[in-house]
Design a binder for this molecule. Structure first.
Ligand SMILES: Nc1ncnc2c1ncn2[C@@H]1O[C@H](COP(=O)(O)OP(=O)(O)OP(=O)(O)O)[C@@H](O)[C@H]1O
Length: 751
């Protein structure tokens, strides 16, 4: 069953620093247990100097802490509840928010030493602007509040929380707890692992079930408080700090210390146990800062002989830019969450804008008891920055989270049941022994020792079991990663085992395997084999897919060809149809002709031969008819022509006739004339000339007559011809050769 709970917000002002006291800075805020307001005289002052536009309001929070309050009070008042709830399976987040130098790291980490070692280091601290990680513990940081020799020890909330947790775990008799931790840093928007420092950038991934998580972050099992403090110290040594005007030891990154708390409740009566799993986040944010506050304190630097290089300033500016940007996105998420209605969904909350908001996703509006401690500087000079922090806190406390304990029911192994029974028996024995008075004291102590041993063994077993489960889960989730981390080149399927790792083979992100981890390795080996098989199957499938693709292409081409063929066929079909139509028509005609033929010939059912004969006959007749038609046509034309000839010839003939008759008459006349041939010839020629007969007529008649004339009038032909030659000329005056006089005329004359 989940329940809603608003984010718990408290406000804390730090005391004035030595420097601020020297500069006569005043504390302008008055603080009660739950409210913060400006002191009236300072409110008026700020209004007068226009640093405030209207009368300031009183700010309410779940708790407010004055500059005199110690970390312990803060822990007891606001953090303890969240921390202890983790033992019952509730996720929790404690985070500190505020401007740079306002006491966030002090609140979270304190200024107390965790070990003798760190105390020894204290005297060697040289706060410098650095780009790289330094081996400086947070708990040995140099405070300018009191002389270093008199540093007042004050543990941070994280240390109080861990101490509290371990005390509770120790006192718990019905549950066994397993703790593991990881420590992350977001520097310039990149996520680093502070416990496995190798400068590898980790990615923040999203999982539908888990939500956002940092992939590849190392997780370390914790056996004791000392162990965990060592991890913190290691992480802090890798964290980035730098000196700025506001803080000589300013955090340049956001850090998230994650504590996984798993508990197993041991029931006496049955083998079922309740397992709870929770996550506690301790978030120390880098402080929002003004660019003007970034310059390192010159006097401080001079004191420490520190060179203020241009490069350092650029680094600081870049860091400041990233810090402010991510804080801006955090404020944006907070603001959106405060506006969130029951209708709006998470998709409207811009968690994805930065790694910080992604990592804090479950703490802001998710399943987590969240407690924000806003830290502020109470001075007049930092008024605006403090106001901004107060507003942030005001908005954040309106955000509601849905909280639900992460409880699982779990079946333990038979061994676990045996241990449970053993424990029960031992407890009873102890009770009996304790009741037996002094005599039984030794016995009771012995039983108690046994009981403690069993408990310790059981704890160890549960812890290993939980670790193993955790690892197996990780293997399943990140099998690919594990493969690449543990794959030994050239060793086939073999996995690098612990020995090889210890011999310096150096796989990256090595998990420290305990004996139980070997089991997990075995499982991983099997998984690798499975993976290989799967890869082979995938390859085969890929090949099959390729062959399918090839045949798809071939089929496509075939289809194209078939389509073309279809098109051609359909075009041919059209033609064929047309032809069929024509043939049908012809057949019809033929049939009708055939019928005609049959009707006229009186024949029926003619065979092919007969038909052929008929056809020949038909065409022959047709030719004959055609010829007869032609002949008739041309005969009539011929007649017409002949008729025309006659028509045209008759006047010529008449004329000829007339001329002939004239010639003949002349001839007679000539005969009767005296023998003076020359005169008759002259006459004759002159006649021709005067009558001008046409050339043909002249030729036809004259030649004949001339021959006759020659023959009849000249005793010698040559003399006659010469004569004619000289005197017989054509119409145009040329003399006509005798051989050209047509003989035909002679015939016609005779006729
Ligand atoms: N409540 C307090 N009591 C005594 N000293 C304090 C308190 N809060 C802060 N300080 C001192 O103020 C200085 C700045 O504090 P701290 O480094 O915690 O600031 P911060 O908010 O973490 O700054 P940044 O964001 O720059 O890291 C430190 O020297 C710290 O010891």
């Amino acid at each position: 069953m989940s329940r809603s709970e608003n984010i718990h917000v408290s406000l804390r002002f730090r005391p004035l620093s030595n420097k601020e006291i020297e500069e006569n800075e005043s504390m302008i805020w008055s603080v009660s247990s739950t409210t913060v307001s400006l002191k009236p005289e300072w409110a008026q002052y700020l209004l007068d100097y226009k640093r405030l536009s209207r009368t300031p309001k009183t700010y309410n929070y779940n708790h407010c802490f004055s500059s005199k309050d110690q970390n312990y009070k803060v822990y007891e008042t606001v953090a303890k509840r969240v921390v202890l709830a983790s033992l019952d399976g509730y996720n929790g987040t404690l985070f500190v928010y505020g401007q740079t130098g306002s006491g966030k790291t002090y609140t979270m980490m304190g200024n107390d030493s965790c070990s003798e070692e760190t105390l020894r280091k204290k005297s060697n601290i040289t706060p410098i602007i650095n780009k790289t990680r330094r081996s400086v513990s947070p708990i040995i940081r140099n405070h300018s509040f009191t002389p270093s020799s008199e540093v007042k020890k004050d543990k941070g909330l994280l240390i109080f929380a861990l101490e509290d947790l371990f005390t509770h775990i120790k006192n718990s008799t019905d549950r066994t707890y397993c703790l593991s931790c990881s420590y992350l840093e977001i520097y310039n928007e990149q996520v680093y692992d502070l416990l496995e420092f190798n400068n590898d950038i980790l990615s923040v991934n999203e999982d539908p079930q888990k939500g956002f998580y940092v992939r590849g972050a190392s997780e370390h099992a914790i056996g004791s408080l000392e162990e965990i403090l060592k991890f913190i110290e290691k992480g802090e040594a890798n964290r980035k700090y730098a000196a700025t005007a506001m803080n000589h030891h300013s955090s340049r990154s956001h850090t998230i210390f994650k504590l996984n708390v798993t508990s197993v409740q041991i029931e006496n009566n049955d083998s079922n146990s309740i397992t709870t799993e929770s996550m506690l986040n301790f978030v120390d944010l880098a402080g929002s800062e003004r660019v003007s506050n970034l310059n390192p304190d010159v006097s401080f630097e001079a004191k420490h002989k520190q060179n203020k290089s241009k490069e350092n300033i650029e680094t600081l500016l870049n860091e400041g830019k990233h810090i402010n940007t991510s804080l801006f996105y955090l404020c944006q998420v907070i603001s959106k969450l405060s506006e969130k209605t029951s209708y709006s969904s998470d998709s409207h909350i811009p968690y994805r804008n930065s790694n910080l908001t992604k990592i804090l996703r479950s703490s802001l509006g998710g399943n987590s008891l969240t407690c924000i401690i806003c830290t502020a500087v109470p001075t007049l000079s930092q008024f605006e920055m403090s106001l901004s922090t107060l507003r942030f806190g005001g908005i954040a406390k309106t955000i509601t989270n849905n909280i639900e304990a992460n409880i699982k029911s779990n079946n333990n192994s038979e061994l676990l049941q045996v241990y449970q029974k053993d424990l029960e028996i031992l407890r009873k024995e102890l009770e009996n022994a304790q009741q037996g008075g002094k005599d039984k004291l030794d016995e009771a102590l012995g039983i108690r020792k046994k009981l403690e041993e069993r408990i310790s063994r059981l704890t160890q077993m549960l812890f290993n079991q939980s670790r193993q489960n955790h690892m197996l889960k990780s293997f399943e989730e990140n099998s690919q990663d594990f493969k690449s981390n543990f794959w030994c080149p050239g060793a086939g399927d073999l996995i690098v085992d612990i020995k090889m790792v210890s011999q310096g083979e150096k796989p990256i992100n090595v998990l420290k395997f305990d004996q139980k981890g070997i089991l997990a390795l075995e499982k991983m080996r099997t998984m690798n084999l499975d993976l290989k098989k799967k890869e082979q199957e995938i390859n085969e499938l890929k090949e099959f897919k390729q062959s399918l693709l090839d045949s798809k292409i071939n089929l496509k081409n075939d289809l194209k060809q078939a389509l073309n063929l279809c098109q051609q066929l359909s075009a041919g079909k059209e033609k064929y149809k047309e032809k069929c139509k024509k043939l049908k028509k012809k057949t019809k005609i033929f049939q009708s002709r055939l019928a005609l033929v049959e009707r006229h010939s009186g024949l029926s059912n003619l065979n092919d031969e007969q038909l052929q004969e008929l056809e020949n006959f038909f065409f022959y007749s047709l030719d004959a008819v055609k010829n007869a038609k032609f002949r008739k046509k041309y005969e009539s034309k011929l007649n017409q022509i002949q008729h025309d000839i006659v028509r045209f010839e008759s006047p010529i003939a008449n004329k000829k006739q007339k001329q002939l008759w004239g010639i003949l008459g002349l001839h007679d006349d000539l005969s009767s004339i005296s023998s003076d041939s020359e005169s008759s010839l002259d006459f004759e020629t002159s006649f021709y000339r005067n009558n001008k007969p046409d050339k043909d007529c002249y030729n036809s008649f004259a030649s004949h007559d001339i021959s006759t004339l020659i023959y009849e009038n000249f005793e010698n032909e040559d003399i006659g011809r010469n004569y004619i030659k000289n005197h017989f000329v054509s119409e145009n005056g040329d003399s006509i050769p005798l051989n050209e006089i047509p003989n035909t005329l002679l015939n016609s004359k005779r006729n």
